[in-house]
Design a protein around this ligand. Structure first.
Ligand code: FAD
Length: 317
């Protein structure tokens, strides 16, 4: 079932979460352990992230460098299919522009259609470490809105090859990312919202937000979206802060602010056990207020920490 259908049918705020494929060389067991714990809370759907390749340059000893491609977390589509079959749950693969030509994306979408997966989260992807900024693959997409356009065209039976006749329409429900505190490359929130609207106009059916720790940032973002004419469901992305290192790590990696009251409490904590309790309590309060405000779904970034998400879900539902 599509995310938008889950939302339309729901009488209360739904629960969903995101998982990362295991590091290469590991089994799917750790994912199933997370699933086993979180299935108790009746999730509407599960997102599986996509991690693009990185390049490393190895010295060959003769003055020449060899480009080696490494992919740390392969398996997004396989995990989606496996979890769908095992847990009878809707799984949402993340599809990114980075590293793919439009042809390769089309083939990946055809695979998903054959697997019966009819939800995707369409993203641009971050720049890879060896590049200073995001570079589209030649023949690929530079922005998520272009990817959304391609998927939407397939939903209308339009494939890349204009000579294809009598094509089947795909039936993807398309999610996109939104940033209550703006995307790090955007000059300001209004510009970012302009491009978010482009994604919705291109065919996106709903938005999932970057994490935030101050609900007011989400509520203000939602109001601004409505003013900008963005009328699709907006799903807040949620993550608890669970250790002191994250006071630096979260703003650094996700370009978001941490509220004074949370930072003060964490700074005063005597150890990470206390920090985790503070972070989880903060997150529970955030979730209760968002649920009271009737958000359609609370979507958790689990980062493989199912126990933390379960502790929060137990208090919220
Ligand atoms: P876009 O919507 O393309 O926006 C990127 C930037 O370009 C923004 O600053 C925007 O304002 C600007 N922009 C957009 N269109 C234009 C235009 N036409 N002209 C000029 N500027 C423009 N990354 C992964 O690699 N794998 C994942 O699985 C993954 N999952 C994610 C899930 C969620 C819910 C979120 C919020 C992020 C996720 N990311 C993931 C990270 C995401 O790929 C990065 O944040 C990336 O830098 C931007 O992706 P986007 O889809 O928001 O890009």
């Amino acid at each position: 079932m599509k995310v938008t259908e889950h939302i339309a049918k729901a009488k209360d705020t739904l629960f969903s979460f995101e998982i990362l494929p295991p590091l290469k060389g590991n089994t799917i067991d750790s994912i199933c352990e997370t699933m086993d714990v979180l299935m108790d809370f009746n999730p509407a759907f599960v997102d599986v992230t996509y991690h693009r390749e990185e390049f490393v340059y190895q010295d060959q000893g003769d003055g020449l460098l060899r480009k080696k491609i490494t992919r740390k977390r392969p398996g997004t589509v396989g995990i989606c299919a496996a979890l769908g079959a095992k847990y009878k749950i809707d799984t949402i693969p993340h599809i990114i522009c980075g590293g793919f030509t439009a042809e390769e994306t089309e083939d990946a979408l055809i695979d998903l259609q054959f697997l019966g997966i009819d939800n995707v989260l369409a993203l641009r992807g971050d720049p890879i470490k060896s590049q200073p900024d995001f570079r589209a693959e030649p023949g690929g997409h530079g922005y998520a809105s272009e990817l959304v356009k391609q998927i939407d065209k397939m939903n209308h039976g339009i494939y890349l090859d204009p000579e294809l006749k009598n094509t089947e329409k795909t039936n993807f429900c398309i999610g996109v990312a939104g940033y209550p505190e703006k995307h790090f490359e955007a000059p300001n929130l209004n510009t970012d919202l302009l491009y978010l609207k482009q994604k919705v106009d291109a065919g996106a059916d709903y938005i999932v937000t970057q994490m935030f720790f101050d609900n007011q940032a989400f509520f203000d973002f939602k109001d601004k979206c409505i003013q900008a004419g963005i009328n699709v469901p907006i799903i807040p992305g949620i993550k608890p802060l669970v250790n002191k290192k994250q006071l630096v790590g979260i703003p650094k990696h996700f370009f978001i602010n941490l509220p004074d009251a949370l930072v003060d409490a964490v700074m005063k904590a005597k150890d990470d056990k206390e920090v985790k309790n503070i972070g989880i309590e903060w997150c529970i309060e955030q979730c209760k207020a968002l649920k009271a405000a009737k958000v359609p779904v609370l979507h958790f970034y689990t980062m493989g920490k199912s126990a933390d998400t379960a502790r929060i879900a137990k208090e919220v539902w």
